[in-house]
Design a protein around this ligand. Sequence first.
Ligand SMILES: Nc1nc2c(ncn2[C@@H]2O[C@@H]3COP(=O)(O)O[C@H]4[C@@H](O)[C@H](n5cnc6c(=O)[nH]c(N)nc65)O[C@@H]4COP(=O)(O)O[C@H]3[C@H]2O)c(=O)[nH]1
Length: 954
Amino acid sequence: MKLAITDQSLPRYHLLGTLIVVLTLALTLGGSFMWMAQGEHLQVIQRLEKSFEVKKQERLRTEMAAAIGYLDFVHSRTEAVLKNALQDKVSMAIQTAQGIYAREHGRRPEGEVKRLIIEALRHQRFFDGRGYFFVDDQQGTCILLPIAPALEGSSLWDNRDDRGHYIMRGLVDAARSDPAGGLSRYRWYSPDDPRKMSDKLAFVRLFEPYGWVIGTGDYLYKWEEMRLREGLDRLRAWSFGDTGRFMVMDDEGRMLTPLHGADAERPPLESAVTPQEKATRQRLLSLGRAGGGMAEFPWPGRASDSQETRSALVEVYAPWKIIVVASLVNDEMQAALASEKDSAAAALRARMPQFIGMTVVAAALALGASLLFSRWMSSLFRAYHARIDAHTRTLEKQAGELRLAGHVFESSREGIIITDPETRILAVNPAFTAITGFSSDDVLGRSPGVLRSGYHAPDFYESMWSSIRDTGSWSGEIYNRRKDGHVYPEQISISTVHGPDGEVRHYVGTFLDISERKEAEIRIRHLAEFDTLTQLPNRALLTDRLSQAIALARRSGDKLAVLFIDLDRFKNINDSLGHAMGDRILQEVAARLCLIVRESDTVSRLGGDEFVVLVTGLEHAGNAMPTAQKILASLGRPYQLDDHELQLTPSIGIAIYPDNGSDNESLLKNADAAMYHAKSSGRNNFQFFTPELNQWVTDRLRIENGLRHALEREEMQIHYQPQVDLGSGRIVGCEALLRWYPAEGGPIPPDRFIPVAEETGLIHPIGLWVLDEACRQLAQWDAEGAAEIRMAVNVAVPQLRRHTFVEQVAAILARHRLASGRLEIEVTESVFLDPDAQIRETLHNLTDMGVKLSLDDFGTGYSSLSYLKNFRFDVLKIDRSFVSELARSHDDMTLVRAISSIARDMSLITVAEGIESEEQQRILNELGCNLGQGYLFSRPIPASEFRRLVMPAS
Ligand SMILES: Nc1nc2c(ncn2[C@@H]2O[C@@H]3COP(=O)(O)O[C@H]4[C@@H](O)[C@H](n5cnc6c(=O)[nH]c(N)nc65)O[C@@H]4COP(=O)(O)O[C@H]3[C@H]2O)c(=O)[nH]1
């Protein structure tokens, strides 16, 4: 059976187990108590039995001791009794002699008297006939011997017994020893067996009148037999307890004292009543002969047919050579024993309920205690379990952390190297192998020095280890060598792992191959310092190099030149051919610039089409000029890009250190200003910075700032220049030209502020305002009855990029209730070059709306007649530059003719700009040009003046 171990079940199992154990223990204990009690009871019984046995034996011994004592007493008294008897008899004889002597002395002769006395004594017998008196004189002559009268008168002085004792001499000595008489021992022929002598005791006394020795004596054994009989009689009558009796046998097994009166006295062993009795007597006899002891034997009971078992103590009484058996019937003791057993059993029975009760109470108490204990254990278990859980969680966490650490070690992207305190490599991870090429087998047990590249000097490692020893760690970059010999940079952290006592256990190094990072850093630095398109130093690096060059020049006293180069109308290329093409041109420009300058000089690109060339080591400012000229020549050469051959010119501004500034900022700013000046000086030239340029730059800044507030300050005005039909001279339209009259300073021409407005985005509000104002004015003139003319408004390319522009135009026309055909939008050729689709869409939408489109400055830029096919222009404006030299330039005339011809073919109206002379007007008219515009007809004039030109003459 599989137990489900849970947090809940475990305490229950514990409780159950505890209860089972406790119950088992309680029952076992109870059972043990009872078993022990039973055992004790049995022991009591055994003790009782033993004690009864002991008692029985003691009783037997006591009785036996008493009997033996008695026999001893009787036996010991034999001589004394005999002596007394002898004394009594001799006293009687002396009295008899004395009585006769007293009565007859003096009256009868001495001899007569003596005979009377002898005869008086001769016939006296006593002691069962054995006793008699003898008389001897003190010389041993026998005077009276009734049993052998023949010996009377003879001397018995030398008479001896079988042991050589002089009998007579002993008697005479005994009589003389004491006037009251004395005892004498000797042996004499036994009456029962005359062939052998027996001990005999005689008492003698001197009869003074005659000096006779009168005495008598008797055999001691006879007296002992008498004493024995006396003793046996006593024992026969001796009983103890109910059944205690003595039985005496002689050493032949004859029964001297029967156990019961019924038992035969003195029967020989052979004539025992039954074989059993014979066997018993034989056993008791053997035991007696062996010295005695305890025995148990069956014996017929007093009642007929009864049989009793007797316990007996057998002893030999040596003086009489008799075997004394003290016995009692076992049953007599058994009854008492049974009674004791009963009372012990009763006591045991009485204790049983007590045991059971105690067992039940103990079990109950133990159960209660075990319940409480179990509850307590449960709480302990819960607490312990909680602790175990916490430990387990901690261990799991630690195990997880170890697993994680192991996983991290194995899967770390960082190389990890672990050494012992002697820097012998103990472990490396897979990343180590991946980075260094060394397998763990290659490096285990070796020093990390195996990776040394030789790139660092020894003091580098000394300082590294010094730091590790002092602070416990070091981190930094090290160049190491891979297994294949390649040196690579790594970022490494080395830390010390200490043991509990602070001793160094390990060094752990974690490192990353930072080759890529290094390369990235180089790339980033390159990006930070170099222009990605041209790979030339960017503004940041230029600034850096310029600073260095300034510092160098300051020390050397040389001059240096900053050439600020801006490509003229590069924006148009970008707009028309796209940025990719623009980028290629910029790269080509960069390449050409690098070919021009010396190695020590710096060519940089600031951004867009702006380049700066830094020329150092100049003796004087003029030395910069050849470089500038070379740049002009080089950059002015055509650029062949795919099918396009493009012409570009640079404008170059030059600032000289220390003449035009002594720091980066001022030198760059002034070169920039000089460049602007070159631009404003017709582009494709270089200009040295002059103090006056400062003013120019300041002005530009002023323009920019002023423009921001020009509209709200109502500083803007529109002047209108008429467009005249060259054939009829009639005004058919006008061009709205913006004029700015800042509150401070004089008017600023549109050529100066329109580019700034375009650059700053201010062109949007300004352009809208122009459109609105021009339309409003036209509507006003219409309202005033002026001739119906068309209004041409210049719109900059950035305005066309706004998808809201068309709506705004429509709104303006609607607001002023003008037919869309009355408005002519003038755009420059750069619109063709701008790839922004929005421009094309704006132009299409405008023509869809009915607004006329006019292409300004036609022929100056990159216009191609093919573009005209893609856009629905209405008007071509021939640039002023073709008109001004028209009279003298055949080329210009040819061009104007060609333009007019094509325009005609395409149903376009041609407008010649900048007609200042009637000759120009004439030629243009002849060349087929439709309309003209120029000072010849009118300068741009305020609305009020223009109104007079278009109002019908009143
Ligand atoms: N030398 C000479 N010049 C003549 C003659 N007839 C006209 N001009 C000048 O030629 C310019 C014609 O304007 P544009 O080519 O559109 O060239 C304009 C036009 O591109 C731009 N511009 C003027 N107003 C606006 C405007 O509201 N918006 C935009 N985007 N550009 C404008 O500024 C340019 C210059 O405008 P302005 O200084 O007003 O110069 C005007 C005008 O005064 C002449 O016979 N001889």
